[in-house]
Design a protein around this ligand. Structure first.
Ligand code: CA
Length: 244
């Protein structure tokens, strides 16, 4: 299991795993190495932060509950340090912490996976985050996420090479969400992005446009996530595999 579905662009990418539970850390290290990543381990928050600053990795898998410095605090400090601000962070959360998981996003995690997790699912999410971080996917006129391509220059969105037929409003909403690289945007942020700051539009209007946009994404509609009580996020998701 794991290891087979990788692409050459992932080979040699450095992943820092900050996890104090030794068995989880060694399982992750085993599968990451097998997939072709270079893996470094840190057993507490302080060490993890220092490692990330010493040699910034391509991605960080960060446990939330850590000795010496919590995962939330590590994420906050990584985001406020220019050297590490843009490193994708995948946070591991325990079921008991679920009510708090939005706090993780507020502090800058790009994605989260709940423990206990299937290794297949985790590897898929790591690959998705690394792809999202490809320069082609985040800069310039074209934003891409798998089969969804948004071309700002041509003002066109294609899904699996077919034009999605978005309205101007839907286009601006999707552009803002894709550019946010998985971060949650509040309805106010979306209103600012789609209509300009302070536009007189209700939250409900945004919900209606997002619902219409979602329909036009067809089979990828669930990449546009509703984050209850907060807003929306665009996150490519791999099909949920069976638990390992
Ligand atoms: Ca832990």
């Amino acid at each position: 299991m794991g290891g087979q579905a990788h692409n050459s662009i992932d080979q040699g990418k450095q992943i820092l795993v900050v996890e104090d539970e030794a068995d989880i850390a060694s399982t992750l290290s085993y599968h990451l190495s097998r997939t072709g990543y270079t893996c470094r381990l840190a057993g507490d928050g302080q060490t993890g932060l220092a490692e990330a600053q010493r040699q910034p990795p391509d991605l960080i898998v960060l446990d939330r509950m850590l000795p010496r410095l919590s995962g939330d605090e590590v994420a906050r400090r990584l985001r406020s340090d220019q050297r590490t601000a843009r490193i994708p962070i995948l946070m591991l959360t325990a079921r008991a912490e679920e009510s708090d998981e939005l706090v993780g996003f507020a502090l800058g995690a790009d994605d989260y996976v709940r423990k206990p997790f299937s290794i297949k699912l985790l590897m898929a999410r790591i690959q998705a985050l690394l792809r999202r971080d490809q320069p082609h996917g985040e800069t310039g006129d074209v934003l891409t996420a798998g089969p969804i391509v948004l071309d700002r220059g041509r003002h066109e969105v294609t899904v699996a090479e077919r034009p999605a037929g978005l309205t101007a409003m839907e286009f601006r909403l999707l552009a803002a969400l894709m550019a946010a690289r998985g971060r949650v945007l509040s309805r106010n942020q979306l209103i600012d992005a789609a209509l300009g700051a302070g536009a007189a539009v209700t939250d409900r209007t945004i919900d209606v446009h997002v619902a219409a946009l979602r329909k036009k994404l067809g089979q990828f509609h669930d990449w546009l996530h509703t984050v209850r009580g907060v807003g929306y996020a665009f996150r490519p998701v791999a099909p949920e595999p069976e638990k390992a």
